[in-house]
Ligand binder design. Structure first.
Ligand SMILES: Nc1nc2c(c(=O)[nH]1)N[C@H]1C(S)=C(S)[C@@H](COP(=O)(O)O)O[C@H]1N2
Ligand SMILES: [Mo]
Length: 277
C-alpha cells in the first residue's frame, strides 16, 4: 500500500480503534437471550482487550487493518465505472440534515472572489486558481440521488454541479505530462488519485481516479434548486453518490491530482478508504 500523502494537510492525529464491526457485534448480542448476551459481551470484551493489545499499524491494530484491507480489495475489485447510483424522481427530493462540520465555517464566502486551488501533474506546486464562474461554465449536470450517511440515515437530494471529469478535461493538472483528460482518449499518463480538502486542510478526502471520473461525481454548487448554504458545503462540495456521506466533502478549497494515495480524514480513523455502498 502506498504511504498516505500528508501534504497539504496537518499531521495525522492518533487514532482510537474505531470499530464499527465490534459495535454491530455488541448490538446483535443485545438481541439474544440474557445469558447468551452476557457470554457474548464477555467474549466481546476479551476480543476487544486482545485487539487493544495488538501492535498498531498506521494507528489501526493489525487484525482490524486486515479486515479493512480485505474490504478495500473487494471495493476495488467490484467498482465498475458503468455502475450508476439510482437517480430518483425530482419530487422525491428532501433536505438532508446538516451532518459533519469538520473544517467548515458558517461564514458566507464571496462567490466573486472565491477560488478553487487546483494542482497536480506537470503543474504540481504551481496552483491554478479556478473561479466559481469557471466551474459553472462547465457542462451542468443535475441528479437526484441518495446521500447516505454511515450513521444509518439517508436522504434523497436534488443536486446540480459540474462533473469532476470535466474539470479534469479542462486542466493539464490531471496527467503527468500536462495533457488534459479526455473520456474518449484518456492520456496514458493519467494520475491515479484526487485529493480534496477544506481551507487549511482540516477535513480531507482521497479518491482513486476511476471514482473521481465517475459520471455522477459532481463538484456541486446547488442543492434542491438553491445555491448551497455554507452548512451544506457552499460554495462547492463533492457529491459522489456511490460512496457514503464521509466522502462527500463540503466547502472544498483545494483539489490536487496526484500519484500518491492521498490522506483521508475518516480512513485515518478506521473507516474503509473507498467507503462505497
Ligand atoms: N468539510 C466537511 N465535509 C463533510 C463532513 C464534515 O465533517 N466536514 N461530513 C460528511 C458527512 S459524515 C456527511 S453524512 C455529509 C452530510 O452532508 P450534509 O450536511 O449536507 O447533509 O457531509 C460530509 N462532508
Ligand atoms: Mo456521515
Amino acid at each position: 500500500m502506498n504511504t498516505p500523502d500528508a501534504e497539504p494537510h496537518d499531521e495525522p492525529k492518533p487514532v482510537a480503534p474505531a470499530d464499527p464491526d465490534l459495535k454491530i457485534q455488541l448490538r446483535r448480542a443485545t438481541r439474544r437471550g440474557f445469558a447468551t448476551a452476557g457470554v457474548a459481551l464477555l467474549g466481546g470484551y476479551g476480543a476487544w482487550r486482545w485487539l487493544a493489545t495488538r501492535p498498531g499499524q498506521g494507528g489501526v491494530v493489525w487484525p482490524l487493518r486486515r479486515v479493512l484491507e480485505a474490504n478495500e480489495r473487494i471495493a476495488l475489485g467490484t467498482f465498475q465505472p458503468s455502475r450508476l447510483a439510482p437517480d430518483f424522481a425530482r419530487n422525491r427530493a428532501g433536505v438532508p440534515r446538516v451532518n459533519g462540520t469538520i473544517g467548515t465555517t458558517d461564514d458566507e464566502v464571496d462567490p466573486a472572489t472565491w477560488r478553487l486551488k487546483v494542482d497536480g501533474g506537470a503543474l504540481e506546486g504551481e496552483r491554478r486558481l479556478v473561479s466559481l464562474d469557471q466551474i459553472k461554465a462547465l457542462p451542468r449536470f443535475e441528479q437526484t440521488t441518495e446521500l447516505k450517511c454511515i450513521e444509518g440515515w439517508s436522504t434523497v437530494v436534488r443536486w446540480a454541479g459540474a462533473r469532476l471529469a470535466d474539470l479534469a478535461a479542462s486542466t493539464g493538472s490531471s496527467s503527468r505530462s500536462g495533457r488534459p483528460y479526455s473520456a474518449s482518449k484518456p492520456p496514458d499518463d493519467l494520475l491515479s488519485y484526487v485529493s480534496l480538502a477544506t481551507p487549511g486542510g482540516v477535513y480531507y478526502v482521497g479518491l482513486d481516479m476511476p471514482s473521481a471520473l465517475h459520471p455522477q461525481t459532481l463538484l456541486c454548487y446547488e442543492m434542491n434548486g438553491q445555491p448551497l448554504s455554507p452548512d451544506h458545503g457552499a460554495p462547492l462540495r463533492l457529491i459522489i453518490p456511490l460512496k457514503y456521506g464521509i466522502k462527500n466533502i463540503k466547502q472544498i478549497k483545494t483539489l490536487r491530482f496526484t500519484d500518491r494515495r492521498p490522506a483521508d480524514y475518516w480512513a485515518e480513523r478506521g473507516y474503509d478508504y473507498h467507503a462505497g455502498h
